[in-house]
Design a binder for this molecule. Structure first.
Ligand code: ARG
Length: 573
């Protein structure tokens, strides 16, 4: 695709002395209002050097470049040179790019196969996989897709919370009140019930806490009975998580969670000690980070057991040694900001320069109308229930709307659209925003939602079916008469399609899938405007082929965008 900024900078460089093409590229802007041109060049900065008023400079430049075939029109407005690129050239270039690349449109080689780790989902074993987890799971999956599209080699890690004192409590509860069949029948809900009961009982019987602590100590020592129960809880939980991951179409390259690092702790405790970073504090060992306002980080407890943070330090070093990451990304709730700041700082003080390549990508809190979710109090909305309900509702809508429409696989479409609706909504807002979970909102398919975008894609597909194979084939070659695609609605659509690859880069740099989501909505709306404003399947063969080429391009761009969110794009709805 023509890099317009670069081409324009080259043209401008011939007009302004003393500025490099790269510098000019940085100065070229894309005006908010397309009436001010597709690109604009502000001349304020040149005034000093050229000793001329900016509008005069702009006027000179505008006159100098007006005849260049790159442009349809060049105007000077105040201190700006406003440039309108030749529509036909732009349209042709964009269409050819999309049609030749197809599924690869939007991808690039920016990453040069450098290894990037995206750690996401990371739920806690034997705890419900609830609506709060959707955030890390879905944002992380999208960041994986985005980095993959940018040409990085992505390693997907699920850092399972499968270790810690809570397993002492769970095993303790199971031994007192548990029953094997119940666990097998409904593992997580049952284990959660035990865990909840433990806390209720422990209020009156504090000795239970001691018992749980002892059990955990045994687990750490590798006592077979405790390890067996723990392993069983882990396996059963993972089965449940996998059911949800399958629904979402999510997989991981590694499930190495906290327990994986449990035997790797001594090296790090010793290293911290040797590097003079550890301090004693009431029997415990800490790293004091007060000087940078990060408080004190607890590394080992007084009984010698290690903590969450110690395992994170070990995991980062392990990942560097195993994958030699270029970037190590953690998609974890903003409640853990301090935790990440602390251990990034500790890693730095240990002398690991790659601490700077570790990135915490935080997101806001999901709460319920009744208050924050609480596993201990059993106040949770299960993610699986949300996905199932969304599928169910979609099934009903499809059954209602598509009566008589054949060859639509209701089950398949209901899954793609129902689950897609939940995912799309999750990725619609800026990730850092908190939100209150609301059944009505997840199940609302009107407006700028996933179903709307998927429906637009299916509409494109339907136009192509009506156009017929011969026309589609001719259009796919891309060699079409672009003068038919210069109307306002066609051109606005093409501009958005053209921008898609840059949007993917931007979303990657900002770790923000909602930038892609927003752009997909914009493309879908622009397509629908084009669809309403114009007749696509007209009698004039050349015009029809040109317009069908644009439909193919729009369809591909929307589909590729949805793929980056982890969503399917059904051909029929
Ligand atoms: N298991 C943790 C939780 O559910 C999240 C783990 C985040 N990842 C990490 N490397 N600390 O809160």
């Amino acid at each position: 695709m023509i890099n317009y900024k670069e081409e324009i900078a080259k043209v401008l460089a011939q007009q302004v002395e003393g500025l490099e093409v790269a510098e000019i590229m940085d100065m070229v802007e894309v005006p908010q209002d397309s009436k001010m041109g597709d690109y604009a060049f502000p001349c304020f900065k040149l005034a000093k050097v050229l000793r001329k008023a900016p509008p005069l400079i702009a006027k000179g430049i505008a006159e100098g470049i007006a005849d260049n075939p790159l442009f349809e029109k060049v105007e000077q407005v105040n201190a700006y040179v406003n440039m309108f690129v030749s529509k036909e050239g732009f349209v042709k270039d964009t269409l050819e790019e999309v049609l030749t690349k197809g599924d690869d449109f939007g991808k690039c080689e920016l990453g040069e196969h450098k290894p990037v780790i995206v750690e996401y989902s990371s739920p806690n074993i034997a705890k419900p996989f609830h609506i709060g987890h959707i955030r890390s799971t879905v944002i992380g999956n999208s960041l994986y897709k985005i980095y993959d599209a940018l040409g990085y080699d992505v390693i997907r890690i699920n850092h399972l919370g499968d270790y810690g004192t809570q397993f002492g409590k769970m095993i303790c509860a199971y031994r007192h009140w548990g029953n094997k069949e119940d666990v097998i029948n409904d593992p997580i809900k049952t284990l959660l019930a035990y865990y909840t009961k433990f806390h209720v009982e422990a209020e009156d019987h504090p000795e239970l806490e001691d018992e749980a602590r002892e059990i955990f100590a045994k687990l750490e020592k590798g006592e077979p009975e405790e390890v067996e129960l723990w392993q069983w809880f882990r396996d059963e939980s993972l089965k449940e998580f996998t059911r949800v991951y399958d629904m979402l179409g999510i997989t991981f390259d590694s499930y190495n969670g906290e327990s994986f690092y449990s035997d790797k702790m001594p090296r790090f405790v010793k290293e911290l000690e040797d590097k003079g970073l550890l301090e004693e504090s009431q029997g415990a060992k800490v790293v004091n980070l007060e000087d940078v306002g990060l408080g004190v980080a607890l590394i080992t407890k007084s009984d010698g057991s290690t903590l969450y943070i110690t395992r994170d330090i070990a995991a980062a070093v392990y990942r560097k040694e195993t994958y030699d990451f270029y970037k190590n990304i953690y998609v974890v709730a903003s409640q853990q900001n301090l935790h990440f700041q602390q251990w990034f700082e500790i890693l730095k003080r240990m002398g690991y320069e790659y601490a700077k390549d570790c990135v915490h990508v935080p997101f806001g809190l999901v709460s319920l109308a009744e208050g924050t979710m609480s596993t201990r109090h059993g106040r949770v909305v299960f993610l699986e229930d949300v996905l199932n309900k969304a599928v169910e509702k979609t099934r009903e809508i499809i059954a209602e709307k598509s009566q008589g429409v054949e060859d639509i696989d209701v089950e398949e479409v209901a899954k793609a659209v129902g689950i897609g609706a939940v995912v799309f909504q999750e990725l619609s807002n800026n990730r850092i925003k908190d939100y209150v979970f609301d059944w009505n909102k997840v199940l609302n398919f009107d407006g700028e939602t996933g179903p709307y975008v998927q429906y637009t894609h299916a509409r494109c597909a339907s136009v192509l079916r009506k156009a017929g194979d011969a026309v589609v084939e001719a259009a796919s070659k891309g060699n079409v008469d672009c003068s038919y695609l210069c109307s306002e609605s066609a051109y606005e659509l093409i501009k958005l399609i053209h921008k898609f690859p840059a949007v993917v880069i931007d979303a990657g740099e900002k770790y923000e899938p909602s930038i892609v989501t927003r752009h997909i909505v914009d493309m879908a709306q622009a397509f629908n405007r084009f669809y309403h404003d114009e007749h696509i399947l007209v009698d004039n063969e050349d015009e029809k082929i040109a317009k069908v080429a644009l439909v193919i391009a729009a369809k591909d761009a929307i589909k590729n965008g949805l793929a980056l969110l982890g969503m399917k794009a059904p051909e029929r709805m």
